[in-house]
Ligand binder design. Structure first.
Ligand SMILES: [Mg+2]
Length: 284
C-alpha cells in the first residue's frame, strides 16, 4: 500500500513537472493588427495586457524599423499599454544589436532608413553614420524618403564589400487604401544592382529578433507564446522558434486563410482578438 502510494505520488510529481515545464512564462505580442490598427486601439487589449502582466512576462515585437524602442514605449502608452524599452524588440534595435554582436562598436555604417533606425545604430553600437562612400556596413530598413542618391551610395558600398543587413524583407507596407513598397522592396533594388542578397535579415519570419528578446529575458521558446496577425510572417516565425503560435483576426489574416495556409504557417490557436489571449492559453 505504501509502495502503491509512493508510485502514485511519483506519477503526480512527474505530471506536475511536465506541466511546469510547459507552463507559459511569457506572451509576446506583435503590435500592428494585434494591439491596434493604425491609430485605432483594438477594444479590450490594453486591459487584457494588464491582467496578463500579473501572471506572465509580457513582451512586444515588431518588424517595423522606422521607430526606436523608446518611440514604441511612447506609442504603446497612447493605447494605455505600459511597457519598458527592454520589453520591446524592433527590427531597428535588432539591426543595431546584430552589428554590435558581429562587428563591434564604432563602425562606419551607411543607413537607408528612418530616424528610429539611425537612433538605434548610434545609441546601441556607437556607429559613425556616413552619408556616402566608405561604409563597412550597409543597413537597410523602410525609408519613406529614399532617393536615387541613397540607393547609389548603398550600391557602391555593397559593391566594395560592405556587410549587407536588412531589417525585414516585407515586400509591402499595408496602408489604409492598399499597399506601399516595404523595406524588402527597397532592398530588392540593391539586390538587383549588386547581385548580392542580404547577409542577414533580422526581422520576422527570421527567428533572430525573437531569439534575442527571449534570451534577454531568460525565457525558453517552448515556454512562450507569440500572438500575431500574419500567417506567413508571425505564425511561421513562432512555429520555427518552437513557441505556441496564436493568430488573431483583427489584422491581416482572415479566418478563411487559416485552412489555406501551408503547414509551417498554421497557428496552434485562432482567436477573434488579443483581448482573449489569457483564457485561451490557460493562464487564467
Ligand atoms: Mg502585425
Amino acid at each position: 500500500m505504501q509502495i502503491a502510494r509512493s508510485k502514485a505520488e511519483c506519477g503526480t510529481n512527474k505530471k506536475l513537472n511536465a506541466l511546469l515545464l510547459h507552463m507559459l512564462q511569457a506572451v509576446v505580442f506583435d503590435m500592428d493588427g494585434v494591439l491596434y490598427r493604425g491609430s485605432m486601439a483594438i477594444p479590450g487589449v490594453a486591459g487584457e495586457i494588464s491582467r496578463l502582466k500579473r501572471h506572465v512576462q509580457v513582451l512586444f515585437l515588431t518588424n517595423n524599423a522606422t521607430k526606436s524602442r523608446a518611440d514604441y514605449v511612447r506609442h504603446l502608452s497612447e493605447f494605455g499599454i505600459i511597457a519598458h524599452a527592454s520589453e520591446v524588440m524592433t527590427s531597428s534595435f535588432g539591426c543595431a544589436h546584430y552589428v554590435r554582436e558581429n562587428f563591434g562598436r564604432g563602425k562606419k555604417v551607411f543607413v537607408i532608413g528612418e530616424q528610429g533606425l539611425r537612433d538605434e545604430m548610434e545609441i546601441e553600437t556607437g556607429a559613425k553614420l556616413v552619408d556616402g562612400w566608405g561604409a563597412k556596413i550597409v543597413v537597410v530598413g523602410l525609408d519613406r524618403q529614399v532617393t536615387y542618391a541613397k540607393l547609389e551610395a548603398a550600391t557602391r558600398n555593397l559593391a566594395a564589400g560592405a556587410a549587407f543587413i536588412l531589417a525585414n524583407n516585407d515586400p509591402t507596407l499595408p496602408k489604409e487604401h492598399g499597399y506601399a513598397p516595404g523595406s524588402g522592396a527597397i532592398a530588392s533594388v540593391l539586390t538587383v544592382a549588386t547581385g548580392r542578397k542580404p547577409d542577414v535579415v533580422v526581422g520576422k519570419p527570421s527567428t533572430y529578433l525573437i531569439g534575442k528578446l527571449l534570451e534577454m529575458h531568460h525565457v525558453k521558446a517552448s515556454q512562450a507564446a507569440f500572438v500575431g496577425d500574419r500567417l506567413e510572417i508571425d505564425m511561421r516565425m513562432a512555429n520555427k522558434a518552437g513557441m505556441k503560435s496564436v493568430l488573431v483576426l483583427t489584422g491581416v489574416a482572415k479566418r478563411g486563410d487559416v485552412a489555406k495556409a501551408q503547414k509551417s504557417d498554421k497557428p496552434d490557436i485562432v482567436l477573434s482578438s488579443a483581448a482573449k489571449v489569457g483564457k485561451a492559453l490557460g493562464i487564467y
